[in-house]
Design a protein around this ligand. Structure first.
Ligand code: NAD
Length: 478
């Protein structure tokens, strides 16, 4: 018996959760259910996170959370409960299998069977944003070595367990050499430990195009958070319907399982919603808690039901489907197929499918970190970078000298182009005359000079090398 936390959510949530639990329990899942209230009601009662402290305690105690979609009210500063849950519980891995059900669910991609493994905690989703000048706002893209190692290792271990042949990595490291560069580098390092699994890297733009056009070229695809968020919806949609896909959010201690779609409020209360997405999430949950025999039985019954042409409205198609069923009737059809096998779609076998046992991240020894300069960002309302250079050169001190100015990353001084469009947000790079004597005190001195000169500094970034490797980007055009 495994105790799990269940939230029935909003909109179609309660209907698809009841249908899902009905199927699981009829199949013999050994589950003890602790139900909590999250979502719209909790938000509207004045809790901006959509969940109470007592519910957190229950989720943390049970560790396994099956969640129906919830409605995040628009405006009013309500925080997305999904993002909060993933981060608070350290659910670093988001796994979304996307498989075509051809010829029973119409799709342009009949032989598609891919799994997107998305990093779930960092990247632009760290949610660190600032307005810095009248014209410029910033969102910090944070990528960490532990974050990369954990998700890439997860992808390879998952591929190994599932007998998958290839892991592909998508990044944009031709542009983001530090952040996406680290993700790609860690991918190459860890791939070497799995010689039996093919590996490859694609630049995200052409990789995404290829995935949307020829998904059968891919198997497991691992990627940073934002790309994974977008492309996992694309992948699910092109199998035929987002309504068929579930996802697992896995951490070192806790896990959360859900459908990938939302609460579809317009369909609520009508017994029409397709429970398949949540059911797919629930099947991943059964595998995760070791009830693999039940997971297998439910999945094969579900495949058989789709094959029988018993479809909810969202996938119903004249000529392919036999009968249009409501949520409850679809669940009953799956239940009556428990113990039966699909005959056209490949049946599944989950004998090896229990939770992956992944090593804890081990911190590497610190590198030799050398301060090599500083970028001082300033707000300035002029347009001619030569004039700004004349002003900020007065900040220079005994060691730090102005070496470059960029605007939105493009070098505008020295030798900029008059055609380059400039905002009020300028990066002034100062490098030492004598690197060996550069200290943070000289940076403080530089900033003190800026105060005296009435220069509007908005932030600084120290420039470091790590074991001799430059840890910052050059200006574009430098
Ligand atoms: P949605 O996924 O809820 O619905 C989009 C459309 O897809 C619906 O109108 C419906 O026609 C169809 N659909 C979705 N799921 C279906 C199902 N199971 N069966 C049949 N048809 C289905 O997306 P939305 O309308 O953009 O969002 C509605 C609400 O859901 C919003 O408040 C949003 O914040 C929330 N949301 C929650 C989650 C989550 O909790 N994981 C995820 C996405 C959106």
């Amino acid at each position: 018996m495994t105790k799990i936390t269940v939230a029935k959510g909003d909109g179609i949530g309660p209907e698809i959760m009841d249908a899902t639990l009905d199927i699981l329990l009829s199949a013999g899942a050994k589950l003890e259910i602790d139900e909590i209230e999250v979502g719209e009601k909790v938000y509207l009662a004045g809790n901006t996170s959509g969940i109470s402290a007592e519910s957190w305690d229950i989720i943390r105690r049970n560790k396994v959370f099956l969640k129906a979609p919830i409605t995040t009210p628009q405006g009013g500063g309500y925080k997305s409960l999904n993002v909060t849950t993933r981060k608070f519980l350290g659910l670093y891995s988001n796994v979304r299998p996307c498989r075509s059900m051809h010829p029973f669910v119409s799709t342009k991609h009949p032989i598609m069977d891919i799994v997107i493994v998305r990093e779930n905690e960092e990247d632009l989703y760290a949610g660190i944003e600032h307005q810095q000048t009248d014209e410029v706002v910033q969102c910090l893209k944070l990528i960490s070595r532990p974050g990369c190692e954990k998700i890439v290792r997860y992808a390879f271990e998952y591929a190994k367990q599932q007998n998958r042949k290839k892991v592909t990595c998508f990044t944009k490291d031709n542009i983001m050499k530090q952040t996406d560069g680290l993700f790609h580098q860690v991918f190459d390092e860890i791939a070497k430990e799995y010689p039996e699994i093919e590996n490859e890297h694609w630049i995200i733009d052409i990789g995404a195009a290829k995935m949307a056009d020829t998904p059968e070229a891919f198997d497991v695809i691992v990627m940073p958070n934002l790309y994974g968020d977008v492309l996992s919806d694309v992948a699910a949609q092109i199998t035929g319907s987002v309504g068929l896909a579930g996802s697992a959010n896995i951490g070192e201690e806790c896990s959360m399982f859900e459908a990938i779609h939302g609460s579809a409020p317009r369909r609520a209360g009508q017994n029409v919603a397709n429970p398949s997405g949540l059911l797919q999430g629930a099947i991943m949950m059964l595998n995760h808690i070791g009830q693999t025999d039940i997971a297998e039985k439910v999945q094969n019954a579900w495949l058989k039901t789709l094959e029988d042409g018993l479809h909810t409205y969202d996938i119903y198609k004249e000529g392919i489907s036999k009968e249009k069923l409501g949520t409850k009737e679809f669940a009953k059809a799956v239940i009556s197929n428990l113990g039966k096998m699909p005959s056209v779609l490949n049946p599944v076998s989950y004998a090896n499918n229990s939770a992956l046992n992944l090593p804890k991240y081990k911190r590497k020894p610190s590198a030799r970190k050398v301060l090599e300069g500083v970028d001082v960002f300033v707000q300035w309302n002029g347009t001619n970078a030569n004039e700004l250079a004349d002003i900020v050169k007065h900040m220079e001190n005994y060691n730090l000298k102005l070496s470059m100015i960029t605007n939105r990353g493009i070098k505008v001084w020295p030798e900029g182009f008059k055609e380059t469009f400039c905002t009020d947000h300028w990066r002034c790079r100062f490098k030492p005359v004598e690197a060996s004597v550069l200290t943070k005190a000289s940076i403080v001195d530089l900033l003190t000079n800026a105060i005296h000169l009435n220069i509007d500094t908005i932030k600084t970034e120290n420039l470091y090398s790590f074991d001799g490797k430059t840890g910052y980007s050059l200006g574009q055009g430098q």
